[in-house]
Design a protein around this ligand. Structure first.
Ligand SMILES: [Cu+2]
Length: 127
């Protein structure tokens, strides 16, 4: 009798781990994810790396991609965990404008010179 107990346990463990995996998949693909775009004042690849990293650590964010030429940040997020307002604030706290809202001054001051929106090098070719 005792011989079967470990086998039964192993079977149970195998079954439950499969169920968990299935749940994870539906959660990742679920309709709960929303996407929104915001215009930032990012100017280069360093800005891109910085913003994408910050957004990745932001609660409720599943994916964040910044397109440097258009300065548009596309964020996939869970609306039950965060909101466009909170995400905009996170961008401002990193030192970048978020749509029509200006960057937080202290964070902006900490940015390297090449990442500042007043940088002449980067304002070249902009409208
Ligand atoms: Cu930069």
């Amino acid at each position: 009798m005792n011989f079967f107990k470990p086998m039964l346990l192993a079977l149970l463990v195998a079954c439950s781990s499969q169920t968990t995996q299935a749940q994870d998949k539906t959660r990742a693909k679920g309709p709960a994810t929303e996407q929104f775009q915001l215009k930032t004042s990012a100017v280069c690849d360093m800005c891109k790396a910085r913003l994408e990293k910050v957004m990745a650590y932001e609660k409720g964010v599943q994916q964040a991609i910044l397109d440097v030429p258009s300065q548009v940040l596309t964020v996939s997020y869970r609306p039950d965990k965060t909101s466009p307002t909170a995400l905009r604030t996170a961008v401002q706290r990193t030192g970048y404008d978020a749509d029509d809202q200006p960057a937080e001054v202290r964070a902006y001051d900490r940015l390297p010179d090449c990442c500042k929106k007043t940088n002449a090098v980067h304002s070249d070719g902009k409208p």
